[in-house]
Design a binder for this molecule. Structure first.
Ligand code: NI
Length: 164
């Protein structure tokens, strides 16, 4: 496993629509392992493959005290409700924005063995899933800002947002 450099805005790979994974093979498994190590090293609670320069539809999420969630070709199939959240991104360090996310989501995709899975989530997991799936579609949380007043630079000692 290896900690990979995290691509930062305005790296163009962050704006590409990532390609679907056709077969879950050894190179995908290596990518997943490296992404998990990179996410924890950041430290962060979620990471999408474009953030390590790989334009493929792979995301990992590692919430505190929970087993990692690995999703290949994930898509949001249902969104319910709306809530205002503070959000940051490992590709945009030192900033935080206030945006609207769904209260809960249903996501489908494949796990690391290529098996189809469906996840229903709320709270931080729902937010992380929407954030990482945005990444593989070339979107950033800043695209959801309604006003530039909702976007702030933060001092290093204020950093307490979960990195996504
Ligand atoms: Ni992010």
């Amino acid at each position: 496993m290896a900690v990979l450099p995290i691509r930062l805005v305005p790296d163009p790979v962050l704006r590409q629509k990532a390609k679907r994974v056709r077969s879950v093979n050894g190179s995908i498994h290596k990518l997943i392992s490296d992404m998990i190590e990179t996410m924890y090293a950041a430290p962060g609670v979620g990471l999408a493959a474009p953030q390590v320069g790989v334009s493929l539809r792979v995301i990992v999420i590692g919430l505190p005290e929970e087993e990692e969630i690995i999703l290949i070709n994930p898509e949001v199939v249902r969104r319910r409700g709306e809530r205002v959240v503070n959000e940051g991104c490992l590709s945009l360090p030192g900033y935080v924005g206030q945006i609207k996310r769904a209260e809960s989501v249903t996501v489908k995709g494949r796990d690391r063995d290529g098996r189809e899975v469906r996840i229903k989530a709320d709270e931080l997991l729902a937010q992380a899933l929407e954030h990482e799936i945005d990444h593989i579609n070339g979107r950033l949380y800043t695209d959801h800002l309604e006003s530039k007043d909702d976007f702030h630079k933060i001092e290093p000692e204020e950093i307490n947002e979960e990195g996504l």
